[in-house]
Design a protein around this ligand. Sequence first.
Ligand SMILES: *Cc1c(COP(=O)(O)O)cnc(C)c1O
Length: 433
Amino acid sequence: MKYYSTNGKSPFATLEQAVVKGLASDKGLFMPDRIKKLPQEFYDNIENLSFQEIAYQVADAFFGEDVPADTLKQIVYDTLSFDVPAVPVKENIYSLELFHGPTLAFKDVGARFMARLLGYFIRKQGQQQVNVLVATSGDTGSAVANGFLGVEGIHVYVLYPKGKVSPIQECQFTTLGQNITALEIDGVFDDCQALVKNAFMDADLNAHMKLTSANSINVARFLPQAFYYFYAYAQLKKLGKADQMVVCVPSGNFGNICSALFGKKMGLPIKRFIAANNANDIFYNYLKTGKYTPKPSVQTLANAMDVGDPSNFARIYDLYHKNHAAICADISGATYTDEQIAQTLRECKQETGYVCDPHGACGYQALKDGLLPGEVGVFLETAHPAKFKGVVDEILGTDIEIPAKLQAFMKGTKQSLSLSKDFADFKQFLLKE
Ligand SMILES: *Cc1c(COP(=O)(O)O)cnc(C)c1O
């Protein structure tokens, strides 16, 4: 499979080049040259297949030309070592629980897949060590660190802002050791991101070590997210509920919903999509006006969706040939303030007993507000509520239980190195590695 850039000014890349480089040289996002439709008999029989069996068929359509079948199968089966159940919350509303992985958020799927695929390419070439740099405000760092933990030939440096990451999140990437180094930066998230960007552009560093990024722009992180939309359909079909299925995705950088749109192009019979936003309503406004106007992000209760210029918009725009009407025909929008998110958390628990996290709450509410008669809705519960325990407990007056997996991280010893936000210090540190 060849990969082109959404900016159209880079040569085609191979899968390996796209995965190792992340971003195209013209700063565009890589897109697969073709999207293969899956055969009708796959859809006819999908409810009888396991999550891994379904995912392998989907993975084969994307990656089968570039990765040997047995290797790809192993990568898919290793990645999906946990279930993604569609749980009934209310009549005709289901929660697709994406939080049963190691760090309790959906990013585990993409991060685990990418780590294994990159590991395969490194082994194949007998290459020198690859160093992954990742800046995080919380969820990404934990998913990437855990996904890459113990993968031979890869070292991960997680840069996070001192005192600005919740203790639960911090312990998910500072207690691991092995090939994971946590760097506590005396600054804010933007400083961490700037250090990473500067490192990629620094000639001395690039001569000294092989650097790559594992952010959500990478095709190996975003395409595998399509797996669970197919599995959600299979689960609803088994219940006889899939005829008018609507999928609602709490969205920030729009990578997650974008992979669902790829699924639809592969023939997955989802009727339509809803992108649920918090107060960062750039996409919502685009749907309304046809104009894409990025703006600085504002902080909200659903902080993993605090994005003011969603990077995967470029992919959606390309997928629909820049056609606003075509985008609106498949996707509608919703936007919620913090007050509304808090209200939804309370109402959902009162009416149904289900405890959402602040991101999932946006998805649940958008289905409640937007489902038409006859439709069945699935919202993505993108993280476990315990990852946002402070906020959720305060709103609900609860003391929600922390899952054993999360408690295990909290028992570990924090190991991190402190650095200033000066690039010279970061560079010095890496040059000695
Ligand atoms: C990353 C994240 C999102 C946003 O996903 P995108 O793919 O960036 O749209 C939503 N919820 C949670 C919990 C996240 O960690």
